[in-house]
Design a protein around this ligand. Sequence first.
Ligand code: AMP
Length: 299
Amino acid sequence: MSLLVTGTLAFDSVETPYEVRDEAIGGSATYAAWAASFFGPVRLVSVVGTDFPDQATADLRSRGIDTEGLEVAAGKTFRWGGSYAKDWNTRTTKFTDLNVLATFDPKLPQSFRDSRFVFLANASPEVQQKALDQCSNPEFVICDTMNLWIDIAREGLVELLKRVDAVVMNDEEAVLLTGERTLVKAARHILAMGPRMVLIKKGEHGAMLVTPEALFCLPAYPVADVVDPTGAGDSFAGGFLGYLASVENTQLHTLRRAMLYGTVTASIAVEGFSVEAFREHSRGTIERRFNELVAIVTI
Ligand code: AMP
């Protein structure tokens, strides 16, 4: 398997209805790479500042995440702050300090360029395109995005969508991007923009996979104790692509299984701040929850 993840490494300051956590290790690529690492090795391309702890990089390596593509730039690491309402679904971004991300020019190590499976996790569409430009012959490329980039970098995002196999976004972002009133219409609209499939995340209501031929919907795995929803979407995408890369197959039947694996890795991510809950589980938990989810959705 050769799986590349590019995106952000961050310090997240998060306020949930019950707890506050300042400067926890987060970022779209952190969550995605950790989730994907349950399925096999991962190649990481990102940037941090000189304030990023060596221990956090060592943690990534201990998971089989190759950090050769992690640049340490002069300056401060990207910082993001957000808070959640009592419904756990409504999130307000309090600040986004790009710091070293503002001038990030991703460079893929030579040994990463042949990656077959590529996840362009949330970052500016410009950075995502630059990373993709350096992949020699990817088999399956997914990108993520968010409202900030839809608002300030729409043109770049529209260009990027023409070059990817799949896009993953949440329900609000799909509506914001397309102006459609329903998710089904928004998904079809996005398909017309380029990708051959769209994955729409609906928070605790699950996720939907839409292709021109198929529609597949899945509830979230019912988590009893949500601690912090941050990173659920990235962990969903990381688990989804990690599984696809591990079986090297992207047929519809495999995509449906991958949706379950993504749902399961997201369910673990929300059980702790940062990547704390991932540390407590192994592939055994993933398989157990996969089977539980199958039972939950089967008549
Ligand atoms: P999720 O909850 O899956 O949407 O992802 C949350 C993660 O995305 C947090 O760890 C943030 O550090 C990171 N993040 C927030 N805003 C951005 C942004 N504009 N670009 C890239 N990553 C971001």
